[in-house]
Design a protein around this ligand. Sequence first.
Ligand code: HEC
Ligand code: HEC
Ligand code: HEC
Ligand code: HEC
Ligand code: HEC
Length: 353
Amino acid sequence: MRTKIIWSLIIGLAYLSSTTTSEATLISDKCDVCHTMHNSQDGLEMSFNTGPNPSLLRNDCIGCHTGTNITDSFPFVLDTSEELDYGTTGTEGTTNTLAGGNFYWVVSTDSTGHNVTGVTTLEDQTHGLVPPGGTALDERLTCAGQYGCHGDRSESDQFTAMKYSHHYTKPLLWQDGSTIAKSYRFLDGIQGFGHTTYEYLPSQTSHNKYYGKDRSAETDTATGTISSLCSQCHADFHNGSGNVASGTFGGGVWFRHPTDFDMGRASAGNEFNSYNGGSGTSNPYSVISPVATANTGASVNQTVYTVSDDAIVMCLSCHRPHGTPYSSLLRWNYKGWPSDGYNGCAKCHTLKD
Ligand code: HEC
Ligand code: HEC
Ligand code: HEC
Ligand code: HEC
Ligand code: HEC
């Protein structure tokens, strides 16, 4: 693992010197930062390699994406060092995790992350291969492809699933999901736009923009939303007749927490109007409990309740997909509160703090 970290630092530095910070596109004239033609130098296997790898790459997905995040480093999703700091909500000034969280904690505690092959040696000892709410996968989770979240989910090979992705990133434009490369974080068909530094030290004005849809019925699958990605495996947690809410959205009693549901539906005086300390018009966006928007414009949503359908509850309002220090990949320590932990629920349920 040490070699992976050293490797990460080396490519991180090479990357820094080859791009400007604001327009961090991947296409580099330094092909050898990521590729090796024969995995051979002076008759010896290249150092810092795990190869040979598909697409003549010097490392695999997890290898390249392992390291400690610093300003403008590659996006690291597995940190194996003690440098990792989540803080209380993963948004404080000293934290060095990214928007998706980190796989660090799942290595020792199953319930804190997705047990991805290559990150953990064993499958989840509680859930096995079954995504709660959905049906069992045939194999363990991977980063990409058929058993993963990224890339073409009909491809069995992870690299084939990600073909033509890394060479095309346009961080500041809306990604419409029309190809893998034009999908939010290479999540096939998902829309949004990714913060250039992956929410390394996010703020109200500097963060990801997630696509959401105010669903009109529980069976409405909301194609293209970030929550619909989760629903591909966790079906009932997002949709399913009779499982989500009783009757139509906006009325009745909920069976599972509403998702892809706009808080703008709340009537005047309702607690949701005070989301993140606002008053129901132009409330500040919260990076602690973010909301999705139906607005596909090319600007960051710094406020909510500004345009229609821009205060949409989504799976990522409460979870981080790679993992957190807390059970169920929660963004804050929900179960520890109030004696310990943090009540992020109160970002929305403002009368329940
Ligand atoms: C490719 C299928 C797949 C997708 C897509 C997926 N998950 Fe999962 N998820 C699983 C599987 C399998 C498990 C159970 C095994 C495990 O935890 O590794 C799981 C477990 C979980 C758990 C429980 C963890 C635990 O150990 O108790 C949470 C919470 C979760 N997923 C949230 C999400 C969220 C949020 C999304 C969307 C960002 C998502 N998942 C997308 C397959 C998936
Ligand atoms: C920062 C890492 C990185 C750099 C730099 C990089 N590549 Fe890649 N390249 C990848 C990854 C990851 C893949 C596999 C996933 C994909 O297809 O996007 C890939 C795939 C490819 C492929 C096969 C898929 C395709 O798009 O045709 C070719 C060919 C390729 N790279 C050539 C190059 C050349 C030539 C350069 C230099 C101009 C270069 N790469 C620079 C990371 C990189
Ligand atoms: C050779 C190193 C390398 C390999 C191998 C690699 N990546 Fe990457 N990946 C990168 C770099 C560098 C970036 C940052 C690109 C940028 O900022 O423009 C990146 C970016 C990403 C992103 C974020 C894209 C975005 O929205 O900006 C995802 C998702 C991703 N990689 C997934 C994967 C998966 C899945 C695999 C395995 C199939 C993989 N990577 C293999 C180096 C690599
Ligand atoms: C309002 C916050 C919130 C939202 C939104 C949310 N969850 Fe959760 N989720 C939780 C909490 C809290 C838990 C911990 C268990 C509990 O209290 O029910 C949890 C647990 C889970 C689990 C683990 C269940 C188990 O059996 O271990 C999965 C899987 C999951 N959520 C997936 C999702 C998916 C997928 C979405 C989007 C469709 C989603 N969640 C939206 C708060 C949320
Ligand atoms: C991003 C905003 C948001 C966050 C964060 C959030 N909620 Fe909610 N919650 C909502 C909305 C919107 C509703 C739907 C209210 C309605 O239909 O009247 C809801 C409904 C509920 C309900 C059902 C109420 C009913 O009328 O049936 C409960 C219970 C609940 N939330 C608990 C929680 C808990 C516990 C957390 C933290 C783990 C949490 N929520 C986090 C927005 C949020």
